[in-house]
Design a protein around this ligand. Structure first.
Ligand SMILES: [Zn+2]
Length: 167
């Protein structure tokens, strides 16, 4: 089969799949740090090189881009109109790899948090998402998924003012 993407384009695509230090990731890191949480970044010696590792909580955090990691039902997980087969197989591999990494980490006793980037697009959502993550870390659950929908729901149900970011 002929490779229709030149190597430069391909490496750019490959690099962006596992992009690190994205704006949403930085926003989450900053908010967590402000709350006193300390973490290691992109630990090379841990399966899947998680974005954050909190040893004290035995937890790892992945910040996933909705497009590349195929956030199910998310409006940001669009499907490109051209070269659909190429994208379909690429997406399939990404999802399979994420599943594999997550189950291996859980098997190894890690607690795994997945934060979808859509939950971190608005500053006020970042605070709520961080609060959800912080509660989970303290409570000791095995796994949590934080996405735009759950953040919006949390805000609606709280009936409260948005949390003061300084507290
Ligand atoms: Zn999403």
């Amino acid at each position: 089969m002929v490779d229709v993407v030149d190597s430069k384009t391909r490496s750019r695509i490959m690099a962006s799949i596992r992009s690190r230090n994205t704006r949403p990731e930085l926003a989450l890191r900053k908010a967590l740090h402000r709350r006193g949480f300390r973490y290691r970044l992109h630990a090379k010696d841990v399966q899947g090189r998680p974005d954050l590792l909190l040893r004290k909580f035995n937890a790892v955090v992945f910040v996933h881009g909705c497009f590349w990691h195929r956030h199910e039902g998310c409006r940001h997980a669009t499907v490109p109109a051209t070269r659909t087969e190429f994208w379909a197989s690429k997406f399939e591999r990404n999802v399979a790899r994420d599943d594999e990494v997550r189950s291996r980490l859980l098997d190894a006793g890690w607690r795994v948090a997945t934060v979808w980037e859509c939950a971190l697009r608005k500053a006020e959502h970042v605070d709520v998402a961080t609060q959800m993550l912080a509660s989970w870390l303290a409570a000791g659950g095995r796994e949590i998924v934080i996405e735009e929908g759950s953040v919006v729901e949390r805000i609606a149900n709280s009936g409260l003012e948005l949390p003061d970011p300084e507290t």
